[in-house]
Design a protein around this ligand. Structure first.
Ligand SMILES: Cc1ncc(C[n+]2csc(CCOP(=O)(O)OP(=O)(O)O)c2C)c(N)n1
Ligand SMILES: [Mg+2]
Length: 410
């Protein structure tokens, strides 16, 4: 019997808490190859189902199957594997450097490497990403020097941003990587605005907006979708659903919509869900969306279904809010292992070559780290000059800042 007159407050709860047995049985995983590949000018109303399914290419046997397969050559896939392995190795070293006190803060990508590494290869030079802190693969896959990233992480004398940013908040116009803002969801309105400007000036460049599951609760996300929808902005709207927003599970920000992709439907934006741990699927879907944007067909919303296997950041301890073995139970596996198995299945890779590549990559990362440390770390060696704090913002420095600089004696 319903409780007449008595209201109850509803707070969604994750399936399991620490001490419990991880359970992802509520996450339906469609068969690889089963999702259709619509034409890029598809009427969004006819593909609404795709916001509730998952596009997958790699099956359990490591084969690439279905209509989204077949876009990448052996060489491109081997390069993709190398990018993901490099990001993983870079992360491990920088996480350790944080524990050694060489930097104040670090954020890892563990388990999410395919999303940013594969996405980058679907864009062209001059396109602009508006990333969050968990897309360093966009830089790695575009050949941005690891030493430069490390210099910033260490806030040393060679830090390209001269100590003005958080350690991992990179910025590179040349590599299509807009300065990261710590204020989440701002990336969405900025990306849509940039894309609108590109269309207004009849340019050919497109934008990519990035957001995590939790941050979609921000108003900026929704405002951006209105503008993207109305003006058919040439933008790819990426939502990385890694199941967690620090200690908050994805069910809180998702609300009642069923999936994050489904948010696009109310705006008439084609919305696709993709296996975020499948390099081939991420790349194929991103290519589809990029082509739509470039042909004036408007925005595409993509939800990457993945899992944050590591801690939120170096300041977080996930054992306080989820079972320790939860990542092992994640049904979409590990992106590096899955691409490795696919390349072995294609006959162009082996366990031995993988182990050798791992060792070589680690050597390269360590060499970059040594070079960066020669320019200083957080508490040792060279630092950006205090004077830099006052430079680079105003063409002509306002009097109050000039006075402060004089007071500081720089
Ligand atoms: C506007 C805003 N609110 C809150 C925060 C604090 N904060 C930093 S990371 C984070 C969680 C974000 O989770 P999600 O969007 O899922 O991204 P993920 O870290 O999982 O990649 C929060 C709440 C912030 N940086 N900006
Ligand atoms: Mg998240």
């Amino acid at each position: 019997m319903a409780d007449a007159g008595m209201l109850r407050f509803h707070v969604p709860e994750p399936e399991v808490r620490p001490g419990g047995t991880p359970d992802f049985s509520n996450v339906p995983i469609p068969k690889a190859g089963s999702a259709p590949r619509p034409e890029i000018d598809v009427d969004p109303r006819t593909v609404r189902d795709m916001a509730f399914s998952i596009i997958r290419v790699l099956n359990r046997d490591g084969e690439a199957v279905g209509p989204w397969a077949g876009l990448l050559s052996d060489e491109e896939l081997l390069e993709g594997l190398r990018h993901m392995m490099t990001l993983r190795s870079f992360d491990a070293r920088m996480q350790m450097a944080q524990r050694q006190g060489k930097t104040s803060f670090y954020m890892q990508h563990l388990g999410e490497e395919a999303v940013s590494c594969a996405f980058r290869k679907a864009l062209a030079d001059g396109d602009m990403n508006f990333p969050t802190y968990r897309q360093a693969g966009l830089l790695i896959a575009d050949g941005y020097p690891m030493v430069t990233m490390m210099n910033q992480i260490y806030s040393n004398e060679a830090d390209p941003l001269k100590g003005r940013q958080l350690p991992i908040m990179y910025s590179s116009k040349e590599h299509g990587f807009f300065s990261i803002s710590g204020n989440l969801a701002t990336q969405y309105i900025q990306a849509v605005g940039w894309a609108m400007a590109s269309a207004i000036s009849n340019d050919s460049k497109i934008a990519a907006a990035w957001i995590g599951d939790g941050s979609t609760a921000e108003s900026d996300f929704h405002s951006a979708l209105v503008f993207a929808s109305t003006y058919k902005a040439p933008v790819i709207l990426n939502v990385v659903n890694n199941q967690w927003a620090i200690s908050t599970f994805q069910g809180i920000a998702r609300g009642g919509s069923g999936t994050f992709a489904a948010r696009g439907l109310g705006f008439g934006i084609p919305a696709l869900r993709v296996d975020g741990n499948d390099y081939l699927a991420v790349h194929a879907v991103a290519k589809w969306a990029a082509e739509r944007a470039r042909k004036n067909l408007g925005p595409t919303l993509i939800e990457y279904v993945t899992y944050r296997a590591g801690a939120h950041s170096s300041s977080d301890d996930p054992s306080a809010y989820r079972p320790k073995t939860e990542s092992d139970a994640w049904p979409l596996g590990d992106p590096v292992v899955r691409l490795k198995n696919h390349l072995i299945q294609r006959g162009v890779w082996s366990d031995e070559r993988h182990a050798q590549a791992e060792a070589e990559i680690l050597e390269t990362v360590i060499a970059a780290q040594k070079e960066a440390e020669s320019h200083g770390t957080l508490h040792a060696g060279g630092k950006p000059s205090t004077r830099d704090m006052f430079e680079g913002l105003y063409a002509e420095m306002p009097p109050h800042l000039r006075r402060q600089r004089q007071q500081a004696g720089v």
